[in-house]
Design a protein around this ligand. Structure first.
Ligand code: ZN
Length: 270
């Protein structure tokens, strides 16, 4: 889309005007953009190396928004996993090998409680439900498109224990102090990406919460390769899911560090 509103200063910008603001201001403002019509969180992507003009987008717009039709289709995930479905009611186990390697089997009748606290943890019951193995990319797609899935009581089995889907997956803009120190599947839309110390890669989500996923130097090359990214701007407007623990840095910035490619997936926009 050609225009977006910035909630930092209340102004409506064309992509061209926004681009003129200069790098430091763009850096802050691009995380606080919304669609002028439906108010959905929006992103800004700079002109690409391949010459695609700077643009705004939202993923998704609120149903009925006229700006939705103007936007391109989503780029598919790598790997031929389009056929994977999630059946509500079945227990999900994660295929951390994204289809290529071994499948992790938690012991359903003897789960490990990761933090020894009640509430979210689901102890093993005598009854076993059917099990399906799903990749991170499939889980992310379901989180993006299905409110029913996001809110479901479906059980997800991990080496760290068993969780309900609605407790385990935490959208960036819903993460709060209670999640600090908690192992979860954190997910949401990225506003931008930039290199940090020692070439670690900061994948930043927008909004007031402004959480980041920090990809360790060791996996940065693999991340670019696996998702076919050669320009950091391609991360703007993409969705990400990372399995990890929410931490808060000295200056109060929330982040999830990731040093294992098997624990992260990205759905790029196009
Ligand atoms: Zn919209």
């Amino acid at each position: 889309m050609d225009v977006a509103r910035c909630i930092a200063d209340g102004n409506t910008y064309t992509a061209h005007n926004f681009e003129q603001l200069g790098d430091s201001r763009i850096e802050g403002f691009r995380r606080l953009l919304v669609c002028v019509q439906c108010g959905a969180p929006a992103f800004f992507r700079k002109e690409s190396r391949s010459g695609q003009a700077a643009c705004f987008g939202a993923r998704p717009h609120i149903p009925g928004c006229e700006f939705a039709a103007a936007e391109g289709r989503r780029r598919g995930n790598p790997g031929n996993d389009q056929e994977e479905q999630i059946n509500l009611g079945e227990r999900i186990e994660i295929d951390f090998g994204y289809g290529a390697q071994e499948i992790v089997h938690p012991t359903p009748d003897n789960p490990i409680d990761p933090n020894g606290r009640g509430g979210r943890f689901v102890p093993g019951s005598g009854r076993r439900s059917p099990v399906m193995h799903r990749r991170l990319s499939t889980l992310l797609r379901n989180l993006m498109v299905s409110e029913q899935f996001r809110n479901s009581d479906q059980i997800i089995g991990l080496p760290e224990g068993q969780f309900r889907v609605r407790d385990f997956f935490v959208r960036f803009n819903e993460a709060n102090r209670d999640h600090v120190g908690e192992y979860r599947g954190y997910w949401g839309m990225l506003s931008d990406a930039r290199y940090g110390q020692e070439n670690s890669l900061w994948l930043n989500s927008g909004g007031r919460e402004n959480l980041s996923v920090v990809a360790d130097t060791a996996i940065v090359d693999g991340l670019h390769e696996r998702f076919d990214v050669d320009d950091l701007e391609e991360f703007a407007g993409s969705y990400i899911l990372v399995f990890g623990t929410l931490r808060v840095s000295g200056n109060g910035k929330g982040y999830v560090a990731c040093n294992d490619l098997r624990h992260i997936t990205v759905s790029l926009s196009d």
